[in-house]
Design a protein around this ligand. Structure first.
Ligand code: SAM
Length: 296
């Protein structure tokens, strides 16, 4: 496990992921009944952008800084909420800090809600405990997400959100382990909401990923992509994606509005683009196609 999120905190991919996450929390809070938030790859909870790792890459300049500097007159409400969250953390801690998904969850949850956070890296799990464990409605597990998730679901609340946010060290190529994890989790908890982050580097890998997702026959899968560079650029991270299973009603339209505003804020490239599409299973009704996908 070489991946450390400190180097990437607040970059454009974090911005998109965290704004969408806040949109999901907003919709969960529309009902008074409690929900459970499960973060399979939680990281440290918050990140010091003034410290070595973040200062070395300065990746937050491609994300958080651009949103902070943008003209916010037409900004969607989720973006306002995101910037308010960053500002709230700034009031809580001295210096230049960035909220990770666990911190955003905690600050969105009501007293009746609960969070289960998993993190496998011992150092990051330790930091996460230091930052988050004073909250009695949060449980932290130093545990492998690939065996831990199915042990924690379905939660007693019977409603909630699972964020699956792996580093894509072992999941690269066609992200098959992530699809398998989703399929196992969905079989145990079909009504849960799932948000899966994925990097957009190679356009062909994404096509295979979507085909695998379709082949799970899970209904209601929404694929969202925002690319700051042309999707087939060979140099690195071209875009950021989020798969949403069982998203809230009309969430697709809200994401379209968000991406219309956010894409030109996060990129000056003329080929920057976004896509929001429902994946369905109609295209894989022929078992021969399924066999072909599995062998790819
Ligand atoms: N979700 C966090 C956020 O938005 O603030 C960022 C998480 S970061 C992209 C991925 C994290 O997963 C890293 O901290 C890494 O140590 C952890 N990790 C890697 N493999 C894991 C596994 N199999 N189970 C649980 N955590 C893992």
């Amino acid at each position: 496990m070489n991946y450390r999120h400190h180097f990437h905190a607040g970059n454009f991919a974090d911005v998109v992921k965290h704004v969408l996450l806040l949109g999901l929390f907003e919709s969960l809070a529309r009902k008074d009944t409690p929900y459970c938030y499960i973060d399979t790859h939680a990281g440290c909870g918050l990140y010091d952008l003034g410290a070595g790792a973040a200062q070395k890459t300065l990746e937050f300049k491609s994300g958080l800084s651009r949103v902070k500097e943008a003209d916010k007159a037409q900004a969607p409400a989720w973006v306002t909420r995101y910037l308010e969250s960053v500002a709230a953390l700034g009031r809580e801690r001295e210096g230049f800090w960035y909220p990770g998904s666990p911190w955003l969850a905690l600050h969105s949850m009501r007293p009746q809600d609960r969070a289960q956070l998993m993190e496998l890296h011992p150092d990051d799990a330790g930091t996460l405990k230091k930052f988050m464990s004073r909250n009695s409605n949060v449980s932290i597990h130093m545990r492998d997400a690939y065996e831990g998730l199915t042990a924690l679901i379905p939660p007693k609340e019977k409603r909630g959100l699972v964020l699956i946010d792996p580093p894509y060290e072992e999941e690269r190529d066609d992200y098959a382990p992530v699809v398998e994890l989703l399929a196992r989790a969905h079989a145990k908890w079909p009504t849960g909401m799932y948000a899966i982050w994925f990097p957009i580097k190679d356009h062909h890998a994404i096509t295979r990923f979507y085909r695998r997702l379709r082949n799970t026959f899970i209904p209601k899968i929404l694929a969202t992509e925002l690319c700051v560079l042309p999707p087939d650029n060979q140099l690195g991270l071209n875009g950021t994606g989020m798969i949403l299973v069982n998203p809230p009603w009309h969430f697709d339209n809200e994401v379209r509005k968000l991406f219309t505003w956010l894409t030109p804020v996060l990129s000056d490239h003329k080929q920057a683009c976004w896509k929001v599409e429902w994946l369905n299973t109609e295209n894989v009704s022929n078992p021969a196609d399924k066999k072909k996908d599995d062998n790819e």
